[in-house]
Design a protein around this ligand. Structure first.
Ligand SMILES: [Zn+2]
Length: 123
């Protein structure tokens, strides 16, 4: 087998680019933004979370970035929830599905938390 010189062989460069697009590394560590569907009620200190905009009581999306966790409702209302810690989030995310989205907005649209399903529980 002949060693490939990546500086002069254009095919070698293409291959490595292709590998990057086909298998992006999963985001991990404190800088990653992760999201988690939470179809059930979310109870904090014994009180079920309720959306202040549409009064929904379940079917949330939780987004974690750094130490912060946001709760997003189907109506697209969202708020920082200091009662949910990163450790809580880690405990809930048993099976991360590995889906990557280019931005939070695209994730919210793809997962149905952009207001399209306001007033509807999807389970
Ligand atoms: Zn709502």
């Amino acid at each position: 087998m002949t060693p490939v010189d990546r500086r002069t062989d254009p095919a070698a460069g293409t291959d490595s680019l292709l590998q990057l697009t086909e298998a992006p590394p999963l985001p991990t560590g404190p800088g990653a933004t992760r999201c988690l569907a939470h179809p059930q009620e979310l109870t904090l200190r014994g009180i079920p979370v309720m959306c202040s905009a549409c009064r929904a009581r379940r079917d949330w999306l939780l987004i974690n970035h750094g130490r912060n966790v946001w709760v997003i409702c189907r109506c697209s209302n969202q708020w920082l929830e200091p009662e949910v810690t990163r450790a809580d989030f880690d405990a809930l995310i048993f099976f991360p599905d590995g889906t990557l989205y280019p931005s939070i907005d695209e994730a919210l649209a793809a997962l149905g938390f952009d207001g399209t399903f306001t007033g509807i529980y999807l389970d």
